[in-house]
Design a protein around this ligand. Sequence first.
Ligand SMILES: Cc1ncc(COP(=O)(O)O)c(C=O)c1O
Length: 402
Amino acid sequence: MRMIQSGNTIMQWEHNLGMTKLRVLENRGMSIFLNHCGVSRMLPAAAEAASTQIRLQAEKGSLMFQDWVEPLNHFKTQGATLLGTTPDNVSYVRNTSEGLSLLASGYPLQPGDEILSYVHEYPANHYPWKIQEGRGARLVLIQNRSHGELCGGSLAGPGGFRFEDIESKVTDRTRIVALSHVQFTSGFAFELKRVGDFCKARNIDLIVDCAQSLGALEIIPEQMNIAALAASGWKWLMGPVGTGLMYTAPGFRERIKIVFAGADLMVQGMDYLNHTWNPHTDARKFEYSTHDFVGTAALAASMKSANEFGIKRIQEVGRKLRDLFLSRLDQSKYSPLIFAAENQSGIISLVPGGALQADEVGRKLAAQGIVVAPRAGFVRIAPHYTNSEADIVVASDALNAI
Ligand SMILES: Cc1ncc(COP(=O)(O)O)c(C=O)c1O
């Protein structure tokens, strides 16, 4: 019978009475990583690419540039492949907040213009819009619908919203709809294309925080009528902290005022004493100065791995691991937030029953080498294409045994 190893756990498939099960044979202290919605383990290819760049500078300083292949180009090519676009629409940003702040502060807002968002957004997609109130714009928030309200049952807390909630809040002053593709608390995903089409028909720009989806779910902005999106590199993309990626559609980008400027903004490049105002008009418009070439090299490598595996396949693996997890979870102990198929994502949020607290569950699993993410009262399980079925078996058994 075939043996399977997950972390330091040895298991074996068992066939009995027509059922196939994994049985744990030996457990020598596990290391199962299910926190891709927090900070992921960097892919080895990404760590390798980063250390190559670090070594180059350590050994050569400015001489490194002699035979250098700019990692940013590789980054843009891989980012474009992932998003089904061209590299000139992809910018490097340090994090989601930087990308969204550049867009929010550069957007041609007039007093009275409205930005529509959701009440429980992660700060990266709240404050950049909130500060536009200083320019006389209004941040309008869609109220929360709990999982219970959306799907029946009694689960309270941050959930999501309905398409009709967006429809009913849009006015003739709405300029922007700014939402996270996947809510960081509940794992609720909104329907990108449906909302994108709705926005396009009303001349509204849909701007999406894709930190909790890019690398896990297929996102094709040009088919989905997304004006712009930003994402962090260290979650589902499995790159380093301090890297992110932004997509802007050309017509949208043209309307955004430059708010950050520096040496890399201008077409004249290293002709530094030539101060002619001639900024790049492609996605370099937002890459104002010296970028993190160590980080871009690493994130390029991790996106290459994702592209080689294929985003559709990644999504499929995620779905299978999720189904396996839910089929094994003791649902008399934990209530999972199961949304309608079109609202599901890579995050499975659970509410522990009785007196059990999410933080305590997180600590108990960590003591067994299983990394999950407690947040806002939920235990978030976030498997990815680097996980095996065996990881899910061990993690669900450990959860059930708490
Ligand atoms: C929805 C969402 N957006 C953004 C981020 C991260 O933002 P930043 O890249 O600015 O740190 C997170 C992190 O948890 C998130 O869940």
